[in-house]
Design a binder for this molecule. Structure first.
Ligand SMILES: [Zn+2]
Length: 393
């Protein structure tokens, strides 16, 4: 269950030491000892263990007062990295992810998830290994995957995915760990996008909802700076909210008239084809709107309105600092404008007073960054546990 508990709970002293060094409140053993009220010998032992694992570095000397120089502690491993992939239906976006959300070597490659987990993961792993080998500095700490389906993060498996045939209950995280020899992190794509986007935004925006609107719709919730998964990992699933006045189109969930059937890229393709337009993919919809096709623009605006109505209810309830819109449809101004306008119409003024409504700043990279950061977080929590266990904490 360690995946769900914050580092500060799984390894109190080591985590608090790391936290104080990272936040600049302490830069020496003496300061740590004073701030934490722990014996100097205990602090020294913990710091040595953190240094051994590359989590803390002891560098240079500093003396602002001209007195005797002293050793300065800082967070180590800034050069360390994860490799990650944001997996879609036909493509994967891969790259190196650094602590703090920096990216390197980003590339998009064709990938057929319908070929099943063994074939798809083997292909992906080959490309990720190349990325890791090309990197000259730092150490590979973890491997992160963003997947387009529900993920049981505690088990590291995909569960009941409607768009990933053959993947149900496949042990993705264990497979990654076996192949790479470092911790693996597997998470749903909307959650990855939410976490990635949250990380690069100002620290004051601690509550946010990120919606991914591509051929399907998903949302991730950040509550008090952390991903909120809910009781069974389904938090943020606005996809199957029933829309008043929606036609009785069947949804993948077995119901009819869900948000997904009127506002997703797949729904827009269906709606526009019924009018005789030539559209096979969500990318075709985007092209039509960019060419100012009236029917496509109207359909996209209506889709944004439906999403905005569903979001307004959730925003009233959750009172976030920010709503971020990601996925390919969020690149369309008429879509974003419709969402925004419904949110202002449908929310209490107190809720929208300071509400940030914005496109995902990381754009198409948000999911990739989030997946990599989850992997780095796993690696950190594992290292902290290893530090904590010999001390019996
Ligand atoms: Zn549904």
């Amino acid at each position: 269950m360690h995946e769900k508990s914050p580092a500060t709970r799984s390894a109190p002293l080591a985590a608090r030491v790391l936290d104080l060094i990272a936040s600049g409140q302490a830069a020496s053993r003496t300061e740590l000892s004073a701030l934490l009220g722990a014996a100097p010998s205990t602090i020294s032992l913990t710091v040595s263990q953190l240094v051994d694992r590359g989590l803390v570095a002891e560098g240079g000397t500093a003396s602002s007062t001209g007195g005797r120089p002293r050793k300065v502690l800082r967070i180590g491993g800034a050069e360390d990295f994860a490799v990650a992939a944001d997996v879609g239906g036909r493509h994967a976006r891969i790259g190196v992810v650094l602590p703090g959300g920096g990216l390197d070597g980003v590339a998009t490659l064709p990938l057929d998830i319908a070929a099943g987990p063994e074939a798809a993961l083997a292909q992906l792993a080959g490309s990720l290994e190349q990325l890791a080998e090309q990197r000259k500095t730092g150490r590979l700490r973890g491997v992160g995957l963003s997947l387009p389906g529900p993920v049981d993060t505690a088990a590291g498996r995909v569960t009941l995915p409607s768009r990933m045939p053959g993947w149900n209950e496949f042990p993705v995280r264990d497979w990654l760990r076996e192949r790479f020899g470092v911790p693996g992190a597997v998470e749903n794509d909307a959650n990855c996008m939410a976490f990635g986007e949250h990380t690069v935004r100002p620290a004051g925006l601690r509550q946010s909802v990120t919606v991914k609107i591509g051929s399907a719709i998903g949302a991730g919730i950040i509550a008090d700076g952390r991903l909120y998964r809910g009781a069974t990992g389904a938090a943020g699933d606005i996809t199957h909210v029933r829309i008043d006045g929606a036609a009785d189109h069947p949804c993948s969930c077995g119901n009819t008239g869900c948000l997904e059937t009127v506002a997703s890229g797949a729904a827009l393709v269906r709606i526009l084809r019924e009018t005789g337009a030539e559209a096979d993919t969500t990318e075709d919809i985007v092209r039509l709107v960019e060419d100012a096709d009236p029917a496509a623009t109207r359909a996209v605006r209506q889709a944004g309105g439906h999403l905005g109505t569903v979001l307004a209810a959730n925003v009233n309830f959750f009172n976030p600092d920010a709503v971020y819109l990601g996925g390919i449809l969020s690149t369309l101004e008429p879509f974003v404008a419709a969402v925004r306008s419904r949110l202002y119409e449908g929310c209490h003024p107190l809720v929208t007073k300071h509400l940030v409504i914005d496109r995902a700043q990381l754009g198409a990279d948000a999911g990739l960054v989030g997946a990599g950061l989850f992997a780095l977080q796993q690696a950190l929590e594992l290292a902290l546990r290893e530090v904590a266990e010999p001390q019996g904490m």
